[in-house]
Design a binder for this molecule. Structure first.
Ligand code: UDP
Length: 324
């Protein structure tokens, strides 16, 4: 099959491109390089089953040129990372909603299957763990910019459902939880590459708040394999599917594990959220995906544990620093 990956020069998109090519598929990447990096796909350029277009999914002529010959679309192009969302609220909302709408319109018109990646942000500040796809969600006040991201991704999910139900689109939604691995950068808030970079620079590792907030991290290799399984399901009925890691860890403990792997003598410091994100910021306390639906649909079972994830990221960041 031939797949279009929007956001294919991003961290997850570029791993997906690599994985699909390895599985013998053809891949077209469309990316505007806003947060994606050409370096992420440079090593794929020249392979006969790979091509790429630089530009926006909101450019209809370009989207048609890139996607016309494809059978299916992975729509990953989106605003990414908590820091970016605080810095650029207009860009976040518009990219997430207008981009998804453009892709769904195109897919219906040309009869393509679509997988849209959503985010665990959609769960908002739901306190009941683990998060199930059919759970109610709770958001903070609209005066707090963080929730704009959550709600824009929720609108994407509604859009997929609406296109499936009223226009017959074969579409599915993957709700991605914290995904990590080689090539991820820390500029947009991602905690593991940040801690690793801080440790490799000699510390300190900066934990926001009391560090008792918890997350489950998945290796990008597990996530891209699952995305490939999901888009090939016989029926794509707008189902929402959580994908993420299994082991829940506090951010303080995570910092200790990174420190212990790099240099046990490094300092870990706590900094208040307000000094990083401003006073209106609200963090999610805990995140834990219920993975039963993914298991039932595609036999999803993550193969990489947190130790392996940390080793991979540390190895990758060390190589990058040596190359710089
Ligand atoms: N975090 C931190 N130090 C950092 C970056 C993030 O302590 O340098 C915390 C952040 O406040 C959050 C957790 O780590 O509680 C995960 O942050 P990330 O941005 O990676 O993911 P998300 O908050 O979207 O789950």
């Amino acid at each position: 099959m031939r797949f279009l990956i929007t956001g294919g020069a991003g961290f997850i998109g570029s791993h997906l491109a690599e994985y699909l090519l390895g599985a013998g598929e053809s891949v077209v990447v469309l990316d505007n390089l806003s947060t994606g990096r050409f370096d992420n796909i440079r090593h794929l350029v020249g392979q006969p089953s790979f091509s790429y277009f630089i530009g926006s999914v909101e450019d209809p002529a370009l989207l048609t040129e890139a996607g016309r010959q494809c059978d299916a679309i992975f729509h990953l192009a989106a605003a990414v990372g908590v820091e970016l969302i605080v810095r650029d609220p207009v860009g976040t909302i518009e990219t997430n909603i207008n981009g998804t709408e453009a892709v769904l319109r195109f897919a219906v018109r040309y009869g393509k299957r679509v997988l849209v990646t959503s985010s665990s942000e959609v769960y908002g500040k739901t306190a009941k763990l683990p998060f199930r796809e059919e759970d109610d969600v709770t958001y903070g006040a609209t005066s707090r910019p963080r929730w704009a991201y959550a709600i824009s991704k929720a609108v994407d999910e509604f859009l997929v459902r609406a296109y499936v139900e009223s226009k017959g689109l074969p579409g599915i939604v993957a709700r991605l939880f914290n995904t990590v691995g080689p090539r991820q950068v820390g500029h947009y808030g991602m905690v593991i590459p940040r801690f690793v970079d801080q440790a490799l620079r000699g510390g300190p590792l900066l934990v926001y708040g009391d560090g008792r907030q918890t997350r489950c991290f998945a290796h990008v290799a597990d996530i891209v394999a699952a995305l490939y399984e999901l888009i090939r399901l016989p029926q794509l009925n707008a189902e929402i599917v959580n994908l993420g890691g299994k082991e829940r860890v506090s951010i303080r403990h995570l910092a200790e594990r990174v420190r212990d792997r790099v240099n046990p003598r490094l300092d870990i410091q706590h900094v208040p959220y307000e000094s990083v994100f401003g006073a209106s910021f609200e963090d999610m306390r805990d995140r834990d995906p219920d993975l039963q639906r993914a298991r039932k649909l595609i036999g999803y079972a993550p193969r990489y544990d947190l130790n392996r994830i940390l080793d991979d990221v540390i190895g990758d960041r060390r190589r990058e620093r040596q190359a710089a």
